[in-house]
Design a binder for this molecule. Structure first.
Ligand SMILES: NC(=O)c1ccc[n+]([C@@H]2O[C@H](COP(=O)([O-])OP(=O)(O)OC[C@H]3O[C@@H](n4cnc5c(N)ncnc54)[C@H](O)[C@@H]3O)[C@@H](O)[C@H]2O)c1
Length: 256
């Protein structure tokens, strides 16, 4: 689809990778609705992007009714809806058998709820509206982009919950793409390596340096703009469908 015709809901859109995606879409002439649970950052993002191009909708991605209602409200604001980008996520780090005992089941569940169930919830609410769009070239009506992680494939010690949630996102990509093909809605997933975002920003310097050194080429953390660039490419290239694309400088995470 044409970059300036993009009308997108971006979850996690007020921070890190999601904010970079929203910034890119607006820079290309599109409009965005930001679904997040951080009101302060939401206000800052809208101020930066312009309130005629962007609106914040306080939305917990795990809430089925709220997502459905805000998806409809977002479509009104955007004057259409043809893209959904799932970037909301939490780390949910913790060992299965930690010093304080085994991982509370609630931590595993909340990680899977936000990262996997939340992505599904937003994708299905978006698809429900996008199926009624007028068909564009090749019958296209919309595109969904999810965010997994390379931890879906080589999760580290302490990432059992996170990796399980992201593996689920990779797993649902193809069946969803197959099913939604009859509506002309594509579904793809990006599996980022290690990107420079608030999620990583809080880590100590030596950890950041050793992370950078572990990345073959380029030997640095990924830039959120590079993630946004791939989202924009996926939006523009209709033949990319049902795929998970690693974006990682060839990194393969070590056990710890
Ligand atoms: N930064 C990385 O290196 C990296 C690597 C691989 C995958 N990822 C994935 O990319 C995505 C974005 O990560 P980021 O680094 O930009 O993190 P971030 O913390 O900067 O942004 C995540 C956003 O999600 C929001 N969020 C959390 N729970 C939510 C909920 N229940 N409902 C709505 N919004 C919620 C947060 O408020 C935050 O604004 C995540 O899914 C993350 O797992 C990041």
């Amino acid at each position: 689809m044409q970059a300036d015709s993009i009308r997108a809901v971006v979850t996690g859109g007020v921070s890190g990778l999601g904010l970079a995606v929203a910034t890119r879409i607006v820079a290309d002439g599109g409009r965005v609705a930001l679904f997040d649970v951080n009101d302060d950052k939401g206000a800052a993002a809208v101020a930066a992007l312009g309130d005629d191009k962007a609106r914040y909708f306080a939305t917990d991605v795990t809430d089925e009714a709220a997502v459905a209602a805000n998806m409809a409200a977002a479509k009104d604001f955007l004057n259409g809806l043809n893209m959904v980008v799932n970037c909301a996520g939490i780390l949910g780090a913790g060992r299965v058998l930690g010093r304080e005992g085994s991982m509370p089941l609630g931590r595993f569940q909340s990680t899977v709820m936000v990262n996997l169930v939340g992505s599904f919830n937003v994708a299905k609410a978006g698809a429900e509206l996008m199926q009624h769009n007028d068909a564009g070239e090749d019958g296209e009506r919309g595109v969904i982009v999810n965010t997994a992680s390379v931890a879906a494939y080589e999760g580290q010690i302490g990432q059992a919950a996170y990796s399980a949630s992201k593996g689920g996102v990779v797993g649902m990509t193809l069946p969803m793409a197959r099913e939604l093909s009859r509506f002309g809605i594509r579904v793809n997933t990006i599996a980022p390596g290690i990107f420079w975002t608030p999620m990583v920003d809080g880590m100590p310097d030596d950890v950041q340096q050793s992370l950078s050194a572990s990345i073959p080429f380029p030997s640095r953390l990924g830039r959120p703009e590079e993630f946004a660039d791939l989202v924009a490419y996926i939006a523009g290239n209709r033949y990319i469908n049902g795929e998970t694309i690693r974006l990682d400088g060839a990194v393969r995470l070590a056990p710890k």
